[in-house]
Design a protein around this ligand. Sequence first.
Ligand code: 13P
Length: 261
Amino acid sequence: MTPPMTTTPIRPLVAGNWKMNGLAAALAEAAAVRDALPALGAGNSDVPPDVMICPPATLLAQMAYATRGSPILLGAQDCHWAASGAHTGDISAEMAKDAGASAVIVGHSERRADHGELDRVVRAKAEAAHRAGLIAIVCVGETKGERLAGLTLDVVARQLEASLPDAASDAETVVAYEPVWAIGTGLTPSNADVAAVHAAIRKALAARFAAAGLRMRILYGGSVKPDNAAELLSLPEVNGALVGGASLKAADFLAIIRATP
Ligand code: 13P
């Protein structure tokens, strides 16, 4: 196995994407994560992970209030590319920040599929996140058909190239590799396949962003659960996880945080 190309430790990030789940009662789960975090300490990590919850926009402000004073970071799940204006139903990166977010997911495959978001739209949203002072978590990943056709690395390279802003820095940009066929299915790629895609992403980031590209966090997402988290999170160039279903229950999410090497 080739050694990781990065030398300085990268602080892992474990982010929970609640998707379109959660009414006010679910704030109790965030509160349970808040209450358990201090006791976790550094756990088995050299560098303890950053912990983030991305609730639906309707809960952002309340969750910011419920987690104030705790290290939990909050993220939005999408933003418009404009700062304000006549865009009924959308929220801007500035609004997400105003509600308490320090990050926003852009280009999730569910947005790409449900709303026809193309790479150039994802890039405009990432630029909007940076304009507002938010971390952009930019998602990429192949469909089942693309994987079976042997196109995984091509698809991911193309999405990265077109979705990441040229001025992306490691402090405000995170890449999430989420194979579409692994999301919500209980299926995951083999460890070797995850490592191969993450290595290719690292290489592309380093080629385009030099030192910043070596430090950008690359998360794995797609059926991360308490029982596979330790293995997935210890693979080379996997700097954390973007967790869907298993982030909805504090106990499962905390187990994944604890499993971070
Ligand atoms: P699951 O963890 O439910 O597979 O979802 C992954 C995901 O899409 C996170 O953004």
